[in-house]
Design a protein around this ligand. Sequence first.
Ligand code: A3D
Length: 320
Amino acid sequence: MARKKIALIGSGMIGGTLAHLAAKKEMGDIVLFDIAEGMPQGKALDLSQCGPIEGFDAKITGSNDYADIAGADVVIVTAGVPRKPGMSRDDLLGINLKVMKSVGEGIKNNCPDAFVICITNPLDAMVWALREFSGLPHNKVVGMAGVLDSARFATFLAWEFDCSVKDVNAFVLGGHGDTMVPVTSYTTINGIPVNDYAKIKGVSESRIDEIVDRTRKGGGEIVGLLGNGSAYYAPATSAIAMAEAYLGDQKRILPCASYVEGKYGLDGLYVGVPTVIGAGGTEEVIEIELSDEEKSNLKVSTDAVEELLEACKGLDEGLK
Ligand code: A3D
């Protein structure tokens, strides 16, 4: 059986980390694409030389030509600019929308059967734009955010309870911004609802609220500390989990920015919801019962995404 082909559009901090992880896991051969000349080729050469030490045979190449992503099975998009301290994700809208146009067209012309995972911010609007520009079906274009946001929530909870991260199943819904909705009613410590476990461990409700707040601002905390650029290790790890779910037809239920039509009272919007990922791409959006407070928090978050999308559609007209 031929090896799978993974195309990484954008070979910066996340792109390079994605390539390393995908090679180590031998997910397939890897093409690093970027507009910066020499950089993807240099990273590909450097990463290839990890092969003899780490024992992988994945072929890694760098390119500035979209023809080289032809026939890719999975495309992960990080092309664009990341945040600088003081910038919100939404500040990136205009610049990254133009980038999504060229990337979408590159995918449409070279690998229209791929499963496409978008990471570029502002995420919920960029995944919508990428779908529009690529013309791929909605079930083959998805955004990575919820896996990362849930991992941040799980990390902070594991630290608080001094328990294994393996036992924390954390759940975050909504847009990838400060209005995201960490859902405590579906968050468990090995099956024990987090609020019950907090009582057992003597952790106050207000402390859980602080952890929820830190999760919402988790990306900004790292931007502030790095001083230049944004998080890349955990974002790359999250997208790799989604790519593996697709390539292995794993039917995992992962929180992703999926196209929601009809469920959660939404009508044609990309936003973070629990999604089954298998060989069919995003195969199903799972609609869960929410409390009134969670519903109203989700509404605030989806309203913010809708507002951003309207701004995006206005700019999009200018690109036609
Ligand atoms: P960075 O290291 O700057 O890499 C981006 C790369 O994109 C650079 O190498 C650029 O040369 C390249 N690029 C720019 N324009 C184009 C183009 N038109 N075609 C191809 N390549 C291009 O950034 P990064 O890897 O740290 O972050 C990438 C994106 O991910 C940014 O938009 C971040 O905001 C976003 N991000 C999202 C999350 C989520 O959870 C959704 C988390 C972290 C970062």
